[in-house]
Ligand binder design. Structure first.
Ligand SMILES: CC(C)(COP(=O)(O)OP(=O)(O)OC[C@H]1O[C@@H](n2cnc3c(N)ncnc32)[C@H](O)[C@@H]1OP(=O)(O)O)[C@@H](O)C(=O)NCCC(=O)NCCS
Length: 161
């Protein structure tokens, strides 16, 4: 982790085998199963396919002991990236995997010389807001009635440089 934030790594004390691989449409069934467990309003298969087909997409899977347990989808812009979706299987949350997955995204962005990440979060998603706060994100704006259920969104930014 090299963007100036110190986060305790619970995983260092456990013998688990974490790896990352590219997220392709072949993995959609597994990802959709996790997506439906993790969100009240999950992305559809079409949303994933459209995002994965975008040439600016960055998308990875987190694999633990051979099993896909998490994923992210981000879109590159000129000098920043929008994190569109990051998710850990509900049975494996709060074990440090989200931080590991996010760190993998950061490493990809640094390779591309992108130093800013934006994300929109539902105001009701307290665990995600806490997660992003831990990572050093700051709230930069609020969008009223942003979602289809009229819920507000918070816009968060992480400046890594
Ligand atoms: C957000 C998410 C990816 C975090 O992944 P995770 O593996 O559970 O997170 P980690 O274990 O790495 O947690 C890192 C830190 O984030 C914060 N955090 C994570 N989950 C939290 C929760 N449920 N409540 C409060 N804080 C939480 C904590 O500060 C935690 O550190 P700590 O446990 O040492 O206190 C995961 O909760 C998730 O997949 N949620 C459903 C999908 C989602 O809402 N994605 C975000 C869309 S904007």
């Amino acid at each position: 982790m090299n963007w100036g934030i110190s986060i305790k790594m619970k995983l260092t004390t456990r013998l688990i085998n974490i790896s990352f691989r590219g997220f392709t449409s072949k993995e959609l069934d597994r990802v959709l199963a996790i997506e439906h467990l993790a969100y009240d309003t999950p992305w559809s298969k079409t949303q994933f396919i459209n995002s994965l087909n975008n040439p600016q997409a960055l998308a990875s899977l987190l694999v633990v002991d051979g099993q896909v347990l998490g994923y992210f989808v981000a879109l590159r812009a000129l000098d920043s990236a929008d994190l569109l979706n990051i998710c850990i299987h509900p049975d494996h949350q709060q074990q440090g995997l989200g931080v590991q997955l996010f760190d993998h995204l950061v490493q990809q962005l640094q390779t591309l010389n992108l130093d800013t990440i934006f994300i929109e979060v539902r105001v009701s998603n307290k665990s995600a807001l806490s997660f992003y706060q831990t990572l050093g994100f700051e709230v930069i704006a609020k969008r009223k009635k942003y979602y289809s259920n009229l819920e507000d969104a918070k816009i968060l930014r992480l400046q890594m440089a």
